[in-house]
Ligand binder design. Structure first.
Ligand SMILES: [Zn+2]
Ligand SMILES: [Zn+2]
Length: 331
């Protein structure tokens, strides 16, 4: 069913791009560079943290990996980066996401304790470093890497995340997926069927979720920040409406017994994902109304459209004002 929301997505990208161009790049391109310093970026969607990748790497060097058994063959591993899932079995380990490179020794140690089989496959949920920084190390440990087309494209070139004012270098060749796909991919590994499904223009333009059919486990990647306002990475083609559509795809496949692993936060289930979906739609609808009545992004933030939600959802790294601005700019 088409909604009004869907028709708004295309124009949203153009709007977003307008303010996502960093001041520094504009200055470099200028024919007549001004000696005056560039004005501070006052866009409320920016939570500057240019050292974020380094901070995560430092934290990962001494991280403790918490392992949770989801089924007899599927495990959740949680460290500093995004949530990692490992399926064990006679075909070797299938790992979803690789965390931060500095944490790889801890991850390999935790994986080694699950069973004696080698690491065979690594699936990336999307390109962000907290999910792919360990790719090269896992590849060198034996993993063949599979991801959506845009994950490889973005990993292979320098990236800029406007929301953190964060520049990220291109990944080394060993970190790049060996196989990519545009829409869907099916694996038949370890006596289960694994469906990999692209959700366009969601958290980024490279997101997939992974469903283990027999195991009844779904890893949503960063479509879901469990219990938190999520990052919508407009710099990478993310949109709030694409995120909602992606969540709907997962909900359509889940039942009450499905164990649903979010990109960040605690292990969840269908009811928890439904609650998150309601929050996303509520904020999107409220912000859409403010935008439709002519509010600027600053006015929309001043209207505090998430005031009654913040006590529950403002627990993650994305602040309410930032979330409102990201939603506003992606509508
Ligand atoms: Zn993440
Ligand atoms: Zn992400």
């Amino acid at each position: 069913m088409k909604t009004r929301r869907e028709f708004l997505v295309q124009s949203a990208r153009t709007t977003a791009a307008a303010w996502l161009v960093p001041q520094a790049l504009l200055a470099q391109d200028s024919q007549t560079p001004s000696p005056a310093p560039a004005p501070a970026n006052t866009n409320p969607a920016v939570q500057p943290n240019p050292n974020l990748a380094q901070e995560l790497r430092t934290a990962a060097a001494t991280e403790t990996i918490k392992t949770t058994k989801l089924t007899d063959t599927i495990f959740l591993l949680q460290g500093v980066g995004g949530n990692i899932v490992c399926q064990i079995g006679p075909d070797g380990k299938l790992v979803i996401d690789s965390g931060m490179a500095a944490g790889t020794p801890h991850l390999l140690n935790a994986l080694g304790k699950l069973d004696p089989h080698p690491i065979r496959l690594l699936v990336n949920t999307h390109w962000h470093p907290d999910h792919t920084d360990g790719n090269a190390a896992l590849h060198l440990a034996g993993a063949f890497i599979i991801a959506q087309d845009n994950t490889r494209i973005r990993l292979a070139a320098p990236q800029y995340m406007a929301v953190y004012d964060l520049h990220i270098q291109a990944a080394p060749d060993a970190a790049l997926p060996q196989e990519t796909f545009p829409d869907t991919e099916t694996l038949w590994v370890n006596n289960d069927e694994e469906s990999l499904t692209h959700t366009p223009d969601a958290h980024t333009d490279s997101d997939i979720f992974i469903q283990f059919h027999k195991g009844n486990v779904i890893h949503t990647g960063d479509l879901w920040f469990n219990g938190m306002y999520p990052l919508v990475d407009l710099s990478s083609g993310g949109t709030i409406n694409g995120m909602i559509r992606g969540v709907d795809q997962v909900l359509a496949l889940a039942d009450d017994q499905t164990k649903i692993v979010p990109g960040h936060g605690a292990l969840g289930d269908k009811a928890a994902l439904q609650t998150y979906r309601t929050m996303l739609v509520t904020v999107a609808d409220r912000v859409e109304k403010l935008k439709a009545q002519g509010d600027t992004v600053q006015q929309a933030i001043a209207a505090k459209p998430t005031a009654d939600l913040d006590a529950t959802w403002a627990k993650g790294s994305i602040k309410p004002d930032t979330f409102v601005a990201l939603v506003f700019d992606s509508l």
